[in-house]
Design a protein around this ligand. Structure first.
Ligand code: FES
Length: 110
C-alpha cells in the first residue's frame, strides 16, 4: 500500500501578482469556494456555485484530466459572456482534485 498523497499545489494570479496556494483533496467544495476564502474576494461566486452568475471566471492553464473539459452549464454561461476559449472557466465547476496540481489559475473579469 502506498501513501495517499492528497496534497495539491498551484499558482493563483490576481491583479498581476502570483501566489502559491496549497490545499488538499476535500478541503474545499470547489475552486470558487477556495479562491473566495483564501483571497478574500467579496463578490466572487455570487450564485453559490450553480454555474449561472459568471462571477467566478478564471483562466485555467495546465490543468489536466477530466477537469480540462467544460461541464454542465459552463459552456452556455461562458459564451453568454463572450468567452469561447477552452481555458476560460467557471471556477465553481472545477473540483479540488489532483487535476489542479501545478496549474496556473488567473482571476479575470472580477
Ligand atoms: S459561482 Fe456562479 S457561476 Fe460560478
Amino acid at each position: 500500500m502506498g501513501i495517499v498523497d492528497n496534497h495539491i499545489q498551484f499558482t493563483v494570479v490576481e491583479n498581476g501578482s502570483d501566489q502559491i496556494i496549497e490545499t488538499y483533496v476535500g478541503e474545499y467544495r470547489n475552486l470558487m469556494v477556495l479562491l473566495k476564502n483564501e483571497l478574500y474576494l467579496d463578490s466572487f461566486g455570487e450564485c453559490g456555485g450553480v454555474g449561472r452568475c459568471a462571477t467566478c471566471i478564471v483562466k485555467a492553464s495546465e490543468i489536466t484530466g477530466n477537469s480540462a473539459i467544460k461541464d454542465r452549464n459552463e459552456p452556455t454561461t461562458l459564451s453568454k459572456m463572450g468567452y469561447e476559449e477552452n481555458n476560460i472557466r467557471l471556477s465553481c465547476q472545477l473540483l479540488i482534485t489532483k487535476d489542479l496540481e501545478g496549474s496556473n489559475i488567473e482571476i479575470i473579469d472580477y
